[in-house]
Design a protein around this ligand. Structure first.
Ligand code: SAM
Length: 237
């Protein structure tokens, strides 16, 4: 049996306020102490106020967010290799009467599994698993096709995730809905997403021009063309 997750007696948790009050410590730091790497309260509140019971959702990584998806009753896929934390999640849920019946765990690194996983149409994706290069991009790439209306991206203070955030800001198929809390960026998918050449990706073009250090670079023409695509895509031009 694991170390106690909370000092509180096991009482039912019925909503996010109850979950936050218990503040379960599900993760472990480098020296084996129980800690929480949970989304910010604002990020969790967004999920709480947005996700509907009939939604299909997916997250990479696991933790308090997984318990919240359980509480919301959504058909939820949680992809993580961390079976120890899955045990803690299930233990906490059982001790606090949170039904995890509609939560399906895929015990695997998302980067191994997602390329071959058949996904249902998804209403919301939370990318919050491995934040090392290139895993957030793999998570985004292999879930974007299945996403219907919204996507959440966590931990944008990390360089890897911030690059993805900046890239999406310039892509016409994605609309920024701002930050949900201090480090969670929210994007809504507005059109089908297909692989494209880099010249059609304004952020890649912009960074490539910057990298060349040549203000007269012929690539600047591509850049202004790319920006025009973005402007049209967002309905401003
Ligand atoms: C920041 S935590 C997730 C926090 C969670 N969203 C919450 O609200 O509590 C990131 C988790 O990703 C998991 N992880 C690490 N590598 C992974 C991978 N390749 N695929 C999926 N999950 C991974 C780790 O087990 C870690 O607990």
């Amino acid at each position: 049996m694991n170390a106690p997750l909370t000092d509180s007696p096991p009482t039912p948790v019925q909503d996010l306020a109850g979950l936050l009050a218990r503040a379960p410590l599900l993760h472990e730091d480098g020296v084996g102490r129980l800690v929480s790497w949970a989304l910010s309260d604002q990020g969790l509140k967004f999920i709480d106020s947005t996700v509907q019971g009939e939604w299909a959702t997916l997250e990479t990584g696991e933790g308090v967010s997984t318990l919240l998806f359980g509480l919301k009753g959504a058909r939820h896929i949680c992809i993580t290799p961390n079976s120890l934390v899955i045990e803690r999640i299930n233990e906490f849920a059982a001790g606090h009467s949170i039904s995890m019946d509609r939560v399906h765990f895929e015990v695997s690194p998302s980067d191994d599994l997602l390329p071959s996983l058949k996904l249902p149409d998804l209403d919301l994706v939370l990318i919050d698993g491995c934040h090392g290069f290139p895993v957030p991009y793999i998570d985004w790439y292999y879930t974007a096709g299945a996403l219907k209306i919204g996507g959440l991206l966590d931990d944008t203070q990390l360089w890897t995730v911030d690059v993805l955030r900046r890239f999406l800001l310039d892509e016409p198929e994605w609309e920024s809905r701002g930050l949900v809390g201090p480090r969670t960026a929210l994007f809504a998918k507005t059109a089908a997403v297909n692989p494209k050449e880099w010249v059609h990706q304004p952020y890649v073009v912009e960074m490539t021009v910057a990298l060349s250090g040549d203000r007269r670079s012929p690539m600047r023409k591509v850049l202004s063309k790319g920006k025009a695509v973005v402007t049209r895509g967002l309905g401003h031009g």
